[in-house]
Design a protein around this ligand. Sequence first.
Ligand SMILES: *Cc1c(COP(=O)(O)O)cnc(C)c1O
Length: 421
Amino acid sequence: MAAATAHVLPDASEVRDGRLLIGGCDAEALAQEHGTPAYVFAEDDLRARARAFTSALAAHHDGPGEVVFASKALPCTPVLRLFAEEGLGCDAASGGELHLALHAGFPPERIYLHGNAKSQAELAMAVEAGVGTIVLDNAEEAMRLSALLGGRRSQRVLLRVTPGVDADTHEAILTGQAGSKFGLAPDDARALIADPPAGLEIAGLHMHLGSQLFALEPYRRAIRALGSLGEFATYDLGGGLGVPYTADDPHLDVEAWVAGMVEAAHAELSPARPDRELVLEPGRALVANAGVTLYRVESVKAGVAGERLVAVDGGMSDNLRPMLYGASYEAHVATRMGQGGVASTVVGKHCESGDVLVRDAQLPDARPGDVVVTPATGAYGYALANNYNGQPRPPVVFCSGGRSRAVVRRETYEDLHGRDL
Ligand SMILES: *Cc1c(COP(=O)(O)O)cnc(C)c1O
């Protein structure tokens, strides 16, 4: 495989005679069989990443620990089912995500309900389902939950604290800073801890600094801020481990991140409780690099400024991140991998000038009919997919050992009006 892209593609992928194989399946043959655009995952990578997190946590922390998939990164039932089998917990940030987590078979006690604007119906649904942990965002919600429990039973909760730490990432995915819409200011957390509403068993504290982080130092400062709020049985340190989207991106491996997080918790929290529970909530790091998107080239032309425009059969409907916050991806022709080439702009098919998937791709002379692959689209692609321009959402395909199977079908045109009354 072209060395430059090796850590961006799934581990279970290779390049043979210039052709990309995912989980042993030829990418062009996958495009032929499943159509395009398609989200293609190396199933073995999903499992391996789950195991990398759980084994690293067990290796570095003697007390209880849990790895919880932040399901918003890929709220796809077959993927959730796979992670449930691997023994992960599941974050749900809405009633819909809670429904999916339960439907996928997560034991309710391993589900964490999040959200900064939980509705009464969502709280009731969680209580009814026996969700193990509700992560409280504000004092008003704590009162509502207490009222809902009505003295019938107690509910384990964590308090989401805004530690007031700025991490180095895009503003849109930064969540732990002062002024964030998420969580309780430390003083408000103190007030709840001192006088918890009836029925709420405050097991510990939660933080989530933001996403696409590569430095451990902001986590350490935030953990220190949590440590100043007292001693608890459980600390949920959130997710956010960054992933490489392009060859130029930094890369921090799972083992190093988990080791660093645990070490920071051991160093910054009271040494009197080595048995405390640590919870980690990776989202994208479990799924981003396990997946790629396959497209067909529909047209190639020169733009007004002479730039080469390669238009594919998807775009902002299957990958909103470039438009949402300028996210960068690579693009390759799946049958001519690693053959540098011509500076090209890979654009989508949608009626928006901003519908650009990759600005500075180096593509070998792409032609209509070629299969273009964008690596590292496993996170927040499927999750943010939409039907703009009447585009049916793509299927999800699992590949392993040279076999592929669609685990979510492509939407049909009929699906587009399926909700009409
Ligand atoms: C989004 C989110 C995560 C996961 O973030 P990633 O950047 O995908 O790892 C974890 N915890 C909470 C509370 C989140 O909102």
